[in-house]
Design a protein around this ligand. Structure first.
Ligand code: UD1
Length: 453
């Protein structure tokens, strides 16, 4: 990829179309990535279904291959990982630096080989990604932790079970420590564990490989170490954050969208907030439907660990509240820098001020088209929603972030009635009446072969 490709490739979104219809969300990114890392722990073959077709999965597959695993893709979102041939415990910086979730390979390599050398995750646009709880946990399990040339080197002659009390219910630390402990000698207890459904999915996957884990989904997880794990076939849970983005898309476009195949309880935090703004929210069996209303009320929210309002849906929710009738206050408690995208919404006519950890969102009657850039995955989701509701045609760059988290975005949106195309070419490309016929229409790029199911 040349260095300007990320700027040249854009989504062109024509505003003013209602989203209507139903969709089955892809597999959860935040379960798929640690589950792929967890496959390191067995010497057999792991067959994973409902793996999302996103670039983060490609990076994790490349990391596993660099360690010696064989990874095969099958049609329909199935990955086959054979970790028997892994012959390295050193994860390469060039790949790890692209993906914070790659730090999950540390626990898995420690669990299988008693040694892992993994570059320390740097910051990302959301701020520095701390791993102190991961490292203290590894030490509690009997490992030595050193920093050498920017990499964390974790070694243990024997990983031994221990009681680890997390100072915060960190999703990343809970997953990583489960991976390190499943093949340990003796029993491990993780207290103040994260409750997120993706943590439960990782635990359920480990159980499918022969691990002995109880308490996943509660704040105390107990793991009885086993000597070996075996291969298995496993289907990843649907992505509640992607589902939530589309449901907010229904609300912001005054549309009507049903997500199917997902336990609505996974989105209770979002459902409560949406209902309080006046949107109609209906949970039935394994489907969740949101119908937008012509005008909606403001609401005050605070992001929180599961089952609270998810930090990942904060940016799309702010896009929705930018059009509410009144002022909302949105407090971000998980990631300090999670309001970086607000400046882009301002360029679309939103009225938002950020002070400290709180955004004051004063609803405006309409948003207007603009050329904007997504600074991270969910901020990209927020800009797409704003563009769907805005007057005119908005161009969104930063697709390298959006493609990390949203599978087949434009195809799925088109199936729901949106007019969205992926384009490349020299900006600006949007045909405007005052520019006559001199504008070259964008070249449409189709990045994926497979059609959305
Ligand atoms: C976070 C979200 C998760 C979401 C994921 C993807 C929470 C609690 N976690 O998980 O729901 O799916 O992003 O965007 O909402 N921390 C430390 N030290 C550590 C580890 C974490 O101080 O060793 C801090 C982090 O800086 C952060 C908080 O704990 O403020 C939660 O972090 P964590 O849950 O680990 O983040 P992710 O795993 O990325």
């Amino acid at each position: 990829m040349d260095s300007l490709e990320g700027l040249r490739t854009r989504l062109i979104v024509e505003g003013g179309h209602r989203l209507e219809g139903s969709l089955a969300p892809p597999g959860a990114k935040n379960a798929a990535l640690p589950i792929m890392a967890a496959s390191i722990l067995c010497e057999g073959e792991v067959v994973l279904h409902r793996v999302p077709r996103i670039t983060d999965v490609d990076v994790m597959a490349a990391i596993l291959e660099s360690l010696g695993a064989r990874v095969r893709e099958q049609p329909g979102g199935t990955l086959v990982i054979d970790a028997a041939s892994i012959n390295s415990n050193i994860a390469p910086y060039a790949l790890v630096s692209k993906l914070n979730a790659s730090f999950d390979v540390t626990g898995a390599l420690l669990g299988r080989f008693g040694r892992a050398e993994v570059p320390l995750p740097g910051g990302c646009v959301l701020g520095p990604r701390a791993v102190d709880m991961h490292l203290h946990g590894f030490e509690a399990l009997g490992a030595n932790v050193d920093l050498e040339h920017g990499s964390v080197v974790v070694t243990a002659s024997q990983v031994s079970g221990a009681t680890i009390a997390l100072s915060k219910p960190s999703v990343g630390a809970t997953k990583n420590l489960m991976l390190a402990a499943v093949r340990a000698h003796g029993q491990t207890t993780i207290e103040n564990a994260a409750l997120e459904p993706e943590v439960v999915d990782v635990a359920d996957f480990l159980v499918a490989m022969g691990a002995k884990i109880t308490g996943q989904g509660t704040s105390t997880i107990r793991i009885e170490g086993v000597r070996k794990l075996h291969g298995c076939e496993y289907t990843i849970i649907p992505d509640r954050l992607v589902a939530g983005t589309y449901l907010l898309g229904a609300a912001i476009t005054r549309g009507d969208v049903t997500v199917t195949g997902l336990d609505p309880a996974m989105l209770s935090g979002l459902s409560e907030v949406l209902a309080s703004t006046g949107a109609a929210v209906e949970a039935k069996g394994v489907s969740l439907r949101v119908q937008g209303v012509p005008a909606w009320k403001p609401v005050d929210i605070t992001t929180a660990p599961y089952p609270g309002f998810p930090t990942d849906l904060q940016p799309p929710m702010v896009a929705y509240l930018a059009l509410a009738k009144g002022t909302s206050h949105v407090e971000e408690t998980i990631f300090d820098a999670r309001f970086v995208y607000v400046s882009e919404l301002l360029r679309m006519g939103a009225d938002i001020t950020v002070s400290g950890r709180t955004a004051h969102v004063s609803g405006v009657p309409k948003l207007k088209d603009a050329v904007v850039a997504a600074p991270d995955i969910r901020a990209g989701g927020a800009l797409v929603l704003a563009a769907l509701a805005a007057e005119g045609t908005t161009e969104i760059s930063g697709l390298e972030y959006i493609d990390r988290g949203y599978e087949f975005l434009e195809e799925r949106l088109a199936a729901l009635g949106a007019t969205v195309v992926r384009a490349s070419g020299v900006a600006p490309v949007t045909p405007r009446p005052d520019m006559g016929n001199t504008v070259k229409l964008p070249k449409i790029v189709t990045p994926f072969r497979v059609q959305p199911s």
